[in-house]
Design a binder for this molecule. Structure first.
Ligand SMILES: Cc1cc2nc3c(=O)[nH]c(=O)nc-3n(C[C@H](O)[C@H](O)[C@H](O)COP(=O)(O)OP(=O)(O)OC[C@H]3O[C@@H](n4cnc5c(N)ncnc54)[C@H](O)[C@@H]3O)c2cc1C
Length: 450
């Protein structure tokens, strides 16, 4: 397979960053997206603007393509979780060391910046081109456009067309394609906390705010315009508090006053937004192989995960970083080899982060409110302070390092089992300061050696 024109499906975050990487390799890049060009037609995000947490893996890729300084002004550092209890009290749980933060960034603006950078480097974006089918036998893509059907016969295709990827759907019609999708029981809805009358942030802007309530939760991330974008995660149906049971303003008032009263006081547009904004589903997608002939899936198209580790985009950016590394190593004359190596290397890691994202949902909505969980985090932070190389909390391995997700997962499970033993001490709340930390490290080293 030899060709230096690359067709990318999807000008989302991952497609745009991949285009930047490929342009820097001197390749011809053509991107096709079903959306209209937002610069020409105002595009309604439809209450799905989404603020995201950008962390180390994402920054690393942005730095490599020289974009870190351009992205920084769009991002607000969040140094930890601010947990709001039902009585309006708050507890701050740092994410890592004092200077370690994840960064809140609006998906829309960030996407626009990346797409424009790709264009400036010479990538061509064809908006209003919805891929409806890829015929692998004929090497042909079919697009639906406002002026009718268009067909194209590209040599190399990278599918970055998101969780409902058209390329992946065409792959599903091929033999021996494995595919698994799972909708979780919860959906989400976006809401807003506007700036105060004085034009200030209504809460601490340098934290990710979280109202964990067992089976459901609300989170809020800061925006540069001093508002917060909130996301309400509730079961669709079947529980005392669920989307199905909030039918009118009174139901909404009752839920918010009972569970999120301090946030409620800061949300003047709650009713309008709640009933106007869509309730969206959350999906986990795993599939394999990611390669079919001359086509490769990356980003959410190959591994859409639930958003509870804040890694979907970061992981997709890491896909681009690793694919670029392989292109540098193997050149642009053997895309089949590059794609094959990429999927073999990357698949175990994306499986690990998909799994961690599912598990973190329980931590966010439930455990963070538990004082024992908070103590556990403190003990782990102390271990990390005393033995920075030997003990790295799982969250830090995933968020503040580029250790492979597989390795982080395995090490995290080991540490979890040791911490379970530590926390089993009924007097741990009193004894934790006098723990034998060296012994804990020894236990871990022994377990690793087995
Ligand atoms: C509520 C929520 C919160 C999240 N929070 C975080 C977070 O904090 N941190 C994080 O790292 N990740 C987060 N994510 C995940 C993140 O949004 C995704 O991982 C990321 O957007 C994936 O980028 P992508 O480019 O692969 O797909 P997308 O962003 O979905 O982009 C796909 C692009 O392809 C185009 N497209 C789709 N179908 C076609 C077609 N048939 N033909 C042509 N074009 C097509 C679309 O128009 C779009 O432009 C969150 C996700 C959700 C839902």
């Amino acid at each position: 397979m030899k060709n230096n024109t690359i067709t990318i499906l999807g000008a989302g975050l991952i497609g745009s960053l991949m285009a930047i990487y490929l342009k820097r390799q001197g390749l011809d890049v053509q991107i096709y997206d079903k959306r209209p060009d937002k610069r020409k037609t105002p595009y309604d995000e439809g209450g799905r603007s989404i603020n995201m947490a950008l962390s180390h893996r994402g920054w690393k890729s942005l730095e490599q393509v020289g974009l870190k300084d351009k992205v920084l002004p769009l991002a607000i550092p969040m140094y930890g979780r601010k947990v709001h209890d039902e009585h309006g009290g708050t507890t701050f749980i740092p994410y890592g060391k004092a200077n370690q933060a994840i960064y809140s960034i609006s998906r829309g603006k960030f996407n626009q910046l990346l797409a424009e950078e790709a264009e400036q480097l010479g990538a061509q974006i064809h908006f209003d081109h919805k891929c409806s089918e890829v015929d692998f036998r004929k090497h042909e893509i079919t697009f639906e456009t406002p002026s009718g059907i268009e067909k194209l016969s590209p040599k190399v295709i990278i599918g970055a067309d998101g969780a409902y990827s058209a390329l992946r759907m065409s792959m599903q019609k091929q033999i021996r394609f494995n595919y698994r999708q799972e909708y979780i029981s919860h959906g989400y809805k976006e809401l807003t906390i506007p700036p105060t009358a004085q034009g200030e942030f209504a809460m601490d802007p340098n934290a990710l705010h979280i109202w964990p309530r067992g089976k459901f939760m609300l989170i809020a991330l800061p925006n540069p315009d001093k508002s917060f974008t909130c996301t309400l995660f509730l079961p669709f149906e079947g529980t005392k508090v669920c989307f199905e049971k909030i039918q009118d303003s009174q139901d909404l008032d009752t839920v918010f006053r009972a569970y999120f009263d301090d946030a409620y006081q800061l949300m003047p547009d709650l009713k309008t937004e709640f009933f106007k904004n869509p309730t969206s589903a959350l999906i986990n997608v795993e599939c394999y192989p990611w390669v079919q002939g001359n086509s490769l899936l990356i980003g959410d198209a190959s591994h859409a995960m639930v958003p509870f580790y804040g890694q979907g985009m970061n992981c997709g950016f890491e896909d681009c970083y690793i694919l670029n590394q392989l292109i540098e190593k193997l050149g642009t004359n053997s895309w089949d080899l590059v794609f094959e190596k990429f999927q073999k290397k990357r698949k175990p890691d994306t499986d690990a982060i998909c799994q961690l994202a599912m598990e973190n949902f329980i931590e966010m909505r439930d455990s963070v409110a538990d004082p024992k969980f908070q103590l556990r985090k403190k003990i782990e932070a102390k271990l990390h302070e005393l033995y920075p190389k030997e003990w790295i909390p799982l969250y830090s391995m995933v968020t503040f390092s580029d250790m492979s997700y597989t390795e982080a997962y395995a090490q995290g499970k080991l540490q979890e089992s040791i911490m379970d033993r530590v926390m089993a001490d009924p007097l741990i709340t009193e004894n934790w300061k006098n723990l034998d930390y060296e012994d804990i490290i020894n236990q871990m080293e022994t377990a690793k050696a087995v």
